[in-house]
Design a protein around this ligand. Structure first.
Ligand code: FAS
Ligand code: PHB
Length: 388
């Protein structure tokens, strides 16, 4: 098989990149290790920056998002039972869309099918060859080995994928910060406790109240590294959540059985450069953020914006300046989101080795947020998303 761009990974970044390129007349093949059902069973991000909303609209996949998603013009940061509202609209003129990553991925798969996009699921042993300048990819499907010759490879295969691992150690520089806690997440078929998200800083640890729709809520608790899901009964989860969120929310929350329960580790990670010759790294393949700033999926989308624009410029205008600038341009925005996600995580969590001095710094930063329009504007403009 031959194609112009071979995309490894059928998650949101691979699918969106494939769709944008296909709409511009660029030929792609997506290779996904798992089944479509497995990919769509994952519960992950819940908040889309307005720039991500715009790119999904540009790709022609935004209709259901606008019908079923929720536009949020603010969020609540709570500490010591005092909620502080960050008014995105008043402070930045922008907003976010609450619409689950699972739904975005559903919409992308549907759009790829409608356009006859080539997506190979169950592609095992994906291997990148011929880099940096003469790439081809091999994989095994149902016991048969296949080869795809291509002009470019887009590594959209997430943190544990094959793409970054193919880059020479002499070229790759990685930066990592592992946080000493994780997030225990629960999905429940209950109405959200609040019409806006609540990020709660509490002596017992961080908690987050989010949602997917009027009948589906998403909650998180900071838990120690090493905690296992089977240590947390639903009752224990709800009791702990009520201890950490503001009293009014704790008194009104409607609890119910968890329909999904999982623990995600928290880390900040960046791999540089995001390109090696004709291989490009995209999304989680290149960077990971703690979910505190709701940046993971949105960074994947901005990488896709930069790379799709670069590849379309190559094939349409025979111009390679955007390809040459891809890694530097994407990383400039990645590091700002890495910083914001780190700052939100540091602001809202309890660290095991935290000193009294650290606690006073955290308390003063939250007091500053409460009393300074400038401080709230900084948080708001990063949360709704910096310009692409
Ligand atoms: P993805 O990991 O989504 O997709 C990569 C795809 O490549 C997968 O389908 C995988 O099966 C496939 N793949 C991997 N290796 C392959 C190989 N060798 N061959 C073929 N295919 C291969 N972000 C937020 O903003 N908010 C959140 O609350 C949040 N929660 C998260 C919880 C968890 C447990 C995880 C892991 C991530 C979470 N994220 C969150 C971040 C998440 O949303 C990612 O940023 C987003 O999925 C990035 O999309 P992709 O870059 O497409 O990577
Ligand atoms: C979610 O709804 O899953 C969610 C929302 C905001 C975050 C992280 C996760 O910062």
């Amino acid at each position: 098989m031959r194609t112009q761009v071979c995309i490894i990974g059928g998650g949101p970044s691979g699918l969106l990149l494939s769709h944008l390129l296909h709409r511009a007349g660029v030929d792609t093949v997506v290779l996904e290790r798992h089944s479509r059902a497995h990919v769509l069973s994952r519960i992950r991000a819940g908040v889309l920056e307005w720039g991500s909303v715009g790119l999904l609209d540009q790709a022609g996949v935004g209709a259901r998002m606008h019908r079923e998603g929720f536009v949020h013009t603010g969020t609540l940061i709570a500490a010591r039972n005092r909620p502080i509202r960050i008014d995105f609209e008043a402070l930045t003129g922008s907003r976010v869309m609450v619409y689950g990553q699972t739904e975005v991925t559903h919409d992308l798969y549907d759009a790829r099918d409608a356009m006859g996009g080539v997506i190979v699921t169950g592609a095992e042993g994906v291997t990148l060859h011929g880099l940096p300048d003469a790439p081809f990819v091999t994989y095994v499907k149902d016991g048969t080995e296949h080869r795809i010759d291509c002009d470019y490879i887009a590594g959209c295969d997430g943190f544990h994928g094959a793409s970054r691992a193919t880059m020479p150690a002499s070229l790759l520089k990685t930066f990592e910060k592992v946080y000493p806690f994780g997030w225990l997440g629960v999905l429940s078929e209950t109405p959200p406790v609040s019409h806006e998200l609540i990020y709660a800083n509490h002596d017992r640890g961080f908690a987050l109240c989010s949602m997917r729709n009027a009948h589906l809520s998403r909650y998180y608790l900071q838990v120690p590294t090493g905690d296992r899901v089977d240590q947390w009964s639903d009752a224990a989860f709800w009791d702990e959540l009520k201890r950490r969120i503001p009293h009014e929310a704790a008194d009104t929350i409607i609890t119910g059985p968890s329909i999904e329960k999982s623990i995600a580790p928290l880390r900040s990670f960046v791999a540089e450069p995001m390109r090696w010759g004709r291989l490009f790294l995209v999304g989680d393949a290149a960077h990971i953020v703690p979910p505190t700033g709701a940046k993971g999926l949105n960074l994947a989308v901005s990488d896709v914006h930069y790379l799709s624009r670069a590849l379309i410029s190559h094939y349409t205008d025979n111009a390679d300046d955007l390809i040459e600038g891809y890694s530097e341009t994407a990383l400039a925005r990645v590091w700002k989101a890495i910083r914001f996600s780190w700052s939100m995580t540091t602001l809202l969590h309890r660290f095991p080795d935290q000193t009294d001095f650290d606690q006073h710094i955290q308390n003063s930063e939250i007091d500053y947020l409460e009393h300074s329009t400038a401080a709230r504007t900084v948080l708001a403009e990063n949360y709704v998303g910096l310009p692409f």
